[in-house]
Design a protein around this ligand. Structure first.
Ligand code: 5CA
Length: 438
């Protein structure tokens, strides 16, 4: 992408409306704009990151055996009356009337709809286990939307719903999601700690929140410092229910709980190892058994011909919130430092002298070659001085900067800078290309 033709409305000043660094940087880097309280437009750069995050979430869900669907955002009140949640949900639910005076709502979560859709398609025990998921916009009329995408009113969520015949199978489904979440967040460069959590309006008695430690987080976290060491869950075999249960209970021997689930005896046992911190909840998993299937009269035929009420869990990831969480974890004084896996482009190609024929030819050649090889390049071909170009590249945080100037070109070299470390290397053009293709 040529910057001269892109839509990247950078702000020079930090907007007064933003209190936390991720919100400030997203506004300054031209990623998002607020259109109403807690409601945001995604500009091209923000949309690219959102799509990268979605991509990782989708790959890990698919790998865990979940099946993607897409449900409507607008649902009927009657559907929610079947579970009793239409009245129970309270003012966070955005209630709407259509032209015929029918009561509708904008989905804040989707247990009811997935339950009905599942019932419609599943008749016997052979249709279970299943896990259906979507990546879809939600609306919650939060009293205090704040911190940009972190507590929005309209936000993008990945929500998955599992259906099983008995508790052992349902626990395996829960564990599969648990391990998929560990992998998902690790791929985004985040250390997310699973913590025992309260279930709130979703219900049930087993739940974990995945918390990224950050001073600007809104959750209170209490955990054993053993969690601060990296955990590698990549080798765990999620198909083997016993091995998976063993790995997860192994992980959970180290204490970690949110405010509502604190266990003072466990905290005393942790002694000096107990840490407290603010954190950002990037995902939550719930097991709630037959809460919805029973209320909504869902059964399938069991292997003995008798009706069985499926047991459910639901599993959410705050996809748009993750943009904020990643920036909170990965930034410096000059701007965002994107982890490679979610960066909107891999390289900022910076031409220091657009009026110099040799620089121009070198940049055009590099841009063509990198792009042809599938490298995502944002090419700063604007007629600007070096200073603002470097400032823009640092602010938007692309992992690499490839800098082309007249002195270097005279000697046949370009400069490659790694955004995360600031390390700069001068090297021949072909070597720079090879490094970026690796
Ligand atoms: N139905 C269940 C799981 S599918 C559910 O709704 N879970 S939840 O309430 O925990 O939401 C899932 C995730 O959405 C949360 O972990 C959080 O990361 C994100 N989320 C919740 N509220 C907001 C909000 N107001 N703004 C941005 N993200 C949010």
């Amino acid at each position: 992408m040529r910057l001269s033709r892109y839509f990247l409305p950078i702000l020079k000043e930090t907007p007064g409306e933003a209190q936390v660094v991720s919100h400030q940087l997203m506004l300054r880097a031209g990623m998002i704009r607020q259109t109403a309280a807690g409601i945001y437009a995604f500009l091209p750069l923000g949309l690219r990151v959102l799509a990268k995050i979605e991509g990782i979430v989708r790959e890990e869900m698919d790998r865990a055996g979940a099946i993607e669907v897409l449900m409507p955002t607008i649902q009927s009140a009657d559907l929610w009356r079947q579970s009793g949640r239409y009245e129970a949900y309270g003012p966070e639910m955005l209630r709407i009337k259509d032209r015929h005076d029918r009561e509708m709502l904008f989905s804040p979560t989707a247990e009811e709809l997935f339950t009905v859709i599942f019932q419609n398609g599943a008749k016997s025990y052979r249709d279970l286990p299943r896990n259906l998921y979507q990546i879809q916009w939600k609306f919650r009329d939060e009293v205090r939307p704040r911190f940009g995408l972190m507590r929005g009113r309209e936000f993008l969520m990945k929500d998955a719903y599992s259906f099983d015949l008995d508790f052992a199978a349902a626990k395996h489904s829960y564990n599969r999601m648990f391990i998929a979440y560990m992998r998902t967040f690790a791929r985004m460069g985040l250390d997310a700690i699973p913590m025992q959590a309260d279930t709130g309006p979703i219900g049930g008695d087993l739940s974990h929140e995945f918390i990224v430690l950050a001073p600007t987080g809104e959750s209170d976290a209490f955990y054993d410092e053993a969690w601060l060491a990296a955990r590698d869950t990549s080798a765990v075999d999620a198909d083997d229910a016993d091995a998976l249960e063993h790995s997860i209970s192994g992980l959970n021997t180290d204490y970690a709980a949110t405010d509502e689930k604190r266990d003072l005896a466990a905290e005393a046992a942790a002694g000096d190892r107990l840490k407290t911190s603010k954190g950002i909840e990037v995902g939550q998993v719930f097991y709630f058994g037959d809460k919805y299937t029973k209320a909504m009269g869902v059964t399938v035929q069991g292997s003995d011909g008798q009706p069985v009420t499926p047991l459910m869990g639901s599993y959410g990831i705050g996809v748009s919130r993750l943009l904020g969480a990643i920036i909170e974890a990965r930034h410096d004084a000059s701007g965002i430092v994107w982890p490679d896996a979610v960066a909107p482009f891999k390289v900022a190609l910076i031409n220091l002298r657009v009026d110099d024929a040799a620089c121009l030819a070198a940049c055009e050649g590099l841009y063509a070659e990198l792009t042809a090889n599938g490298v995502e390049v944002l090419y700063d071909d604007r007629d600007e001085r070096g200073g603002p170009k470097f400032a823009t590249a640092d602010l938007i945080g692309l992992p690499w900067q490839l800098v082309v100037g007249p002195k270097g070109i005279a000697n046949g070299v370009v400069e490659l800078k790694r955004r995360a470390t600031g390390e700069k290397t001068e090297l021949p053009m072909a070597d720079a290309v090879a490094r970026l293709l690796a």
